[in-house]
Design a protein around this ligand. Structure first.
Ligand SMILES: Cc1cc2nc3c(=O)[nH]c(=O)nc-3n(C[C@H](O)[C@H](O)[C@H](O)COP(=O)(O)O)c2cc1C
Ligand SMILES: [Fe+2]
Ligand SMILES: [Fe+2]
Length: 407
């Protein structure tokens, strides 16, 4: 039984949140480790005899969701369902909700969401394809549907209520974790929450991050951002006081705005030779007053890749350390680099250190990747086995150069 929150957020307009706390999913999208968990937020709005449900939750929580919904209203009385995005973390409980509703509600979604819902579920309901920026009057309220393609899928839209400056954002504005309270005003550690938001952006929307500023520009031109008062996302905290703060954070992550002197080090080492090279680099950074963030993949440690990726957008420079493995890079390095290209491909200066036995692969592999990798490798230093005195001198020199470039 999941923890379910049913709370009234506003009297005018009358809006409730239905939040399912998912602490069972260990790997979001079957890949990203989330020990912090995730929430699925749906919203219910009542306006003069009309009842609108915005999104649902993951299918495995259908029963919990229906119970929560039924504690508020008889599901048969829902007159409208808005589906912002077909991904099953928001639409999974839709079939059960519509069944309980006896298919009475009109369902509003984009044409692609409609197609996907039909492909995913045997939905028989009254599905209406909306047009971008379409306005509908329901009860006393005007709702405006605005397409926000690629945040997170091409089908995605948000709902905006101009009169009250409210956005139902679905994935827009989402973050991982199960916050102790509903909204940002009660969050005790907002920096920690922002890190979960960064992790969510990078792992979920990272591949499409250029669409974040594009869609924000669209919202700005429509006058939505200037009028924004409340952001109700599909994951994590509700933003009822300073929603722009969250959107500014989204923009920062999308653009890769750096934190001064944040050096990220990621390396693998099977028998400790790359580790020796990395320790020289760490020593040189420390001599320059810099304490790096370090992720080591060794026979004793395997940090979550989602954490490594989270630390990329705001880093000011990166140092990689890779061993050579069967004429290529270590399997961890291959996976890491492919996920960086896919999810966290930012223009950052970087240094690459490598150790091999008989024929190094580092330079060749980086060369092969150079077309797609935006990270700018200023130097690749490769040694056979352990670093010698001359290698140490080169590593220290390169680290000094990297510090200069990171400013
Ligand atoms: C499974 C395995 C495969 C390796 N494949 C290669 C290789 O193809 N070419 C090479 O030059 N060295 C190869 N090596 C040697 C390592 O790259 C070398 O010992 C390096 O110094 C290891 O650094 P590390 O202890 O930091 O991992 C291999 C080592 C192992 C254990
Ligand atoms: Fe999504
Ligand atoms: Fe989502």
């Amino acid at each position: 039984m999941a923890k379910v929150w049913v709370e009234k957020l506003f009297d005018e307009p009358e809006i409730y949140i239905l939040r399912i706390d998912d602490d069972m999913t260990r790997f979001f999208e079957a890949v990203w480790e989330i020990p912090e968990g995730i929430t699925y937020n749906a919203y219910l709005l009542r306006t003069r005899g009309e009842t609108i449900l915005f999104d649902t939750c993951k299918g495995e929580y259908s029963e919990d969701f229906l119970k929560a919904l039924s504690s508020l209203i008889d599901p048969k009385t829902i007159t409208h369902v808005v589906v912002h995005h077909a991904e099953p973390d928001h639409s999974g409980a839709l079939p059960k909700v519509l069944e309980a509703n006896e298919y009475r509600a009109k369902i509003w979604c984009t044409p692609l969401t409609k197609k996907l819902l039909e492909a995913f579920y045997d939905i028989k309901g009254d599905l209406k394809s909306i047009e971008d920026k379409e306005e509908v009057k329901i009860g006393e309220l005007k709702l405006k549907f605005i397409c926000t393609p690629w945040l997170h899928w091409p089908d995605t839209m948000i709902t905006y209520i101009p009169e009250n400056g409210i956005i139902f954002g679905c994935d827009v504005g989402g973050g991982y974790s199960i916050p102790e309270d509903i909204d940002e005003t009660k969050e005790k550690d907002i920096d920690r929450y922002f890190r979960y938001v960064t992790k969510y952006i990078v792992t979920v929307i990272g591949h499409y991050r250029k669409y974040i500023p594009e869609n924000f520009e669209k919202l700005k031109n429509l006058g939505v951002l200037d009028n924004l008062k409340v952001l109700l996302p599909g994951h994590g905290l509700v933003w009822r006081k300073e929603p722009l703060k969250l959107l500014e954070h989204y923009a920062k992550v999308a653009l890769g705005e750096k934190t001064k002197d944040k050096f990220l080090i990621v390396y693998d080492s099977m028998y400790g030779f790359v580790d020796k090279m990395i320790n020289i680099a760490i020593d040189e950074l420390k001599a320059n007053g810099i304490e790096p963030v370090v992720y080591a993949f060794t026979d004793k440690s395997a940090p979550p890749l989602s954490d490594v990726l989270t630390d990329i957008p705001d880093s000011s420079a990166i140092i990689f350390g890779f061993s050579t493995y069967e004429a290529g890079l270590h399997p961890t390095a291959r996976y890491l680099l492919s996920e960086i290209v896919d999810k966290a491909n930012y223009e950052k200066p970087a240094l690459a250190l490598g150790s091999f036995g008989w024929a190094g692969a580092l330079k060749r592999e980086l060369q092969r990747l150079s077309k797609e990798l935006k990270i700018n490798i200023i130097e690749a230093i490769e040694v056979s086995g352990r670093p010698k005195a001359e290698d140490e001198r080169r590593i220290r020199e390169s680290v000094k150069k990297l510090i200069q470039l990171s400013l």
